[in-house]
Each structure stands twice: as structure tokens, then as C-alpha cells.
Design a protein around this ligand. Sequence first.
Ligand code: PXP
Length: 245
Amino acid sequence: MRLGVNIDHVATVRNARGGAHPDPVRAAEAALAAGADGIVAHLREDRRHIRDADAELLAERFRDRLNFEMAATDEMVRIAQRLRPRAACLVPERRQELTTEGGLDAARLYDRLAPVVDALRARDIRVSLFIEADERQVNAAELLGAQAVELHTGVWCEAAADEKHHRRADKLLGRLREAAAEAGRRGLEVHAGHGLDYRTAGAVAAIPEVLELNIGHFVIGEAVFVGLGEAITRMKSAMLAGRGL
Ligand code: PXP
């Protein structure tokens, strides 16, 4: 089971002061040295954290470990085709949102997504679609020819954080399990991400089809207290423990 570390918020902190520190490329290097299996970076339309120059350097230095999160726009497709990261994850993007708020409606956006998936695959980029845990979306991802789906765990994580919502949390975790099993049956690789912390990462790691977790905000936040390397070590331990390993 792999851990992808999303370094967007290292760039958020850097951009708060407009200088060069802390450097997301240095964070990527440190994350990989500490045992992260991959690096995730989201080049947003408004460039609020990762910028073009970061994406260039990340691709140059860590192409084989880079999962490039992107909206399915012509501009991002052109950039991904040039950078040729190992993987790309297609996400919905709204300018006003604080973070990616939900999965891509792959079923409704089929015609828009089909040429994007083809263009990326033609460059040997492994394509995953960030979707809700819903059979319709898994079905659309398969028909589109994506190699992987990343199941959106954000809503479940919010429910799981509050004891009052434990019933809802159980139901949402059940949906994640069912969607993972369905994706696995269809031969899609299953990833999961958004809002995960040590506890929720452990719980989702227990789902046997899940092969990759992509985690940013919590790990970067924890790095303030324990250092990036230690936060990654603890996260990997939580994942292994959840998996029963
Ligand atoms: N996966 C996807 C598709 C995302 O958009 C994000 C947030 O950028 C993450 C994973 C990581 O989420 P978080 O920062 O909450 O760990």
C-alpha cells in the first residue's frame, strides 16, 4: 500500500510571504527520503499554491513519483502532456472553493472527460479520476478508460470526526467499501484521499482493494509539531496497522 504526500500546502505557506521558503520541491525530496511513495501536487487554475515553476521542477526531479492533480481543462492537459508525470488525477475545480469539495461527476461529464483521458494516456500518464463512492461513477471511470479511481473520503472523515455522527460515518464508510470492491471487480486500481488523518487513514487502509492513499493537509500540519519525516513515518505505521500488517 502506497502513501502519496500532497505538498500543496508547503507552497501555501511559502506564498503567504511571497518569497521562496518553504520550498515545495525540498519538501518533496524530504517526503520521499522519509518513505513517501509518491508526491502529489495540484496546479490550480488560480495558482494559489503550486505554481508553474514548481510543477516544472517537480516533474524534472521526480517525474516517476509525481501524481499531478489537475482539472480537465485544455490548459492543464497541455501542461500535463509537456511535463509527463507518472500519474495524473482529474479533479473538479471551482475557483471559490477552499479545497476540492467533492468528486468529479464522471457520469455527467463523460463527453468532456473522454478526450482528456485519451490525451493523457497517449502520453503514458496513468489516469485516475477523483470520484464519490458511487457505482455510477465507478462505471463511468471504467468506460472512460481510466486506470484508477481515487475515492473521495472527505465527507466520511468529517462525519467520523464527530461522535454524534457515528451512524452516518458508518454508512459512509460502508459506501467506500462497496465502491472499492466494485472498482476492484472492474479491474480499476483503487486509491482514496481527502481529509485523512492517522485514525481515518488506518480505517480506510483496512479496505483490501485500496492500494494508495493521498494525504496532504494533515501530514503538512503535523510536520509543524513532529517534523515532516516523523509525520510520514507515523502515517505509514497507521496505514500498515489499519491493514493488519
Ligand atoms: N486527493 C485529492 C484528489 C485532493 O484534491 C486532495 C486535496 O488537494 C487530497 C487527496 C488531499 O487531501 P487532504 O489535503 O485533505 O489530505
